[in-house]
Design a protein around this ligand. Structure first.
Ligand SMILES: [Zn+2]
Length: 297
């Protein structure tokens, strides 16, 4: 089954529900970065959470989430766009912590003391930026806490990644529900009961259920319709041109140092591990392309 997300709306247009399966892309990300079992769970939850948040945005808009904690993983960075693509990486991929209460301890590896920074590129001059303290370090609760604190939107978020003993990802997915201010108390009470009745997302998916079934569960007793379905992909937006611009942004002095020190400079994209090689001659050309004022600095 390929990864996808479905978007539902209550008939009264006061409740948004999203549900997705991300097993393939989380598996690919874990393989790409060589993450430990617990690091795979943390990265997978963050990738899934970012895709759910991006699905609330308009085409062309993007969201970046940076989780920074006091645990051995140090940080998780993910970026998703409204079209359904996502990329991400963690600070220390091979960091791990012992199992806690029979489960992978995501809060333990990230740490519950730290920050979640959300940057939304809405296509305006300046991106929107919100920062909240980590709520639990479990990722889903942190995203729900961000929505409540920073955007004043009550939300319920569920994220799950099932990592087998050999590190394989056998199920990953999530849901996001937002009750808009016009929702009556009865609807909200019903939603709370529905969410409490949802078993672990990974159990749901491992039982062969689909995002459509999760959505039906979320909206149980609340008339709704499906607005759309989109494919989800792990995809990086890096290119040689972007790396060149990043090198130029280092400044003339730094480029001069690289040219003097090495015959070849390798730049690796942290999101997808693609390596871009630049010869001394190519770096000299880049330095010449810089504005005369900057180049002579
Ligand atoms: Zn890349």
């Amino acid at each position: 089954m390929s990864d996808y997300l479905i978007h539902g709306l209550s008939d009264k247009a006061n409740v948004i529900g999203l549900a997705c399966v991300t097993t393939d892309l989380v598996g690919r990300a874990a393989q790409l970065h060589g993450t430990s079992r617990t690091a795979s769970a943390a990265l997978g939850r963050a990738l899934t959470g970012a895709l759910l948040m991006a699905a609330l945005m308009k085409r062309g808009q993007r969201v970046a989430l940076k989780f920074e904690g006091n645990g051995p993983l140090q940080r998780v960075l993910v970026e998703a766009d409204a079209g359904g693509t996502v990329r991400g990486y963690v600070g220390i991929p091979d960091a791990d912590v012992p199992i806690k209460d029979g489960k992978l301890d995501v809060s333990g590896i990230l740490g519950s003391d730290g920050y979640l920074t959300v940057i939304k590129d809405l296509g305006l001059k300046e991106p929107y930026k919100g920062i909240v303290g980590l709520h639990t370090g479990e990722i889903a609760e942190d995203i729900a806490y961000y929505f409540a604190e920073s955007e004043q939107i009550p939300s319920a978020v569920g994220l799950g990644v099932f990592v087998e003993g050999d590190g394989e990802i056998s199920a990953a997915g999530g849901f996001l529900i937002q009750a808009l201010p016009s929702s009556e108390e009865g609807t909200v009470d019903q939603l709370i009961r529905n969410v409490q009745g949802i078993p672990f997302i990974t159990q749901f998916l491992r039982d062969g259920k689909l995002p459509e079934d999760i959505l039906a569960r979320i909206f149980s007793g609340i008339p709704y319709h499906v607005l759309g379905k989109r494919d989800l992909l792990l995809q990086c937006s890096c290119s040689r041109g972007r790396v060149e611009r990043a090198l130029i942004a280092l400044g003339s002095e730094e480029l001069k140092r690289l040219i003097a020190e090495q015959d070849e400079t390798d730049v690796t994209c942290e999101f997808c591990r693609t390596s871009y090689r630049f010869t001394r001659k190519e770096l000299e050309e880049l330095r010449r392309e810089m504005t005369p004022a900057a180049a002579s600095a």
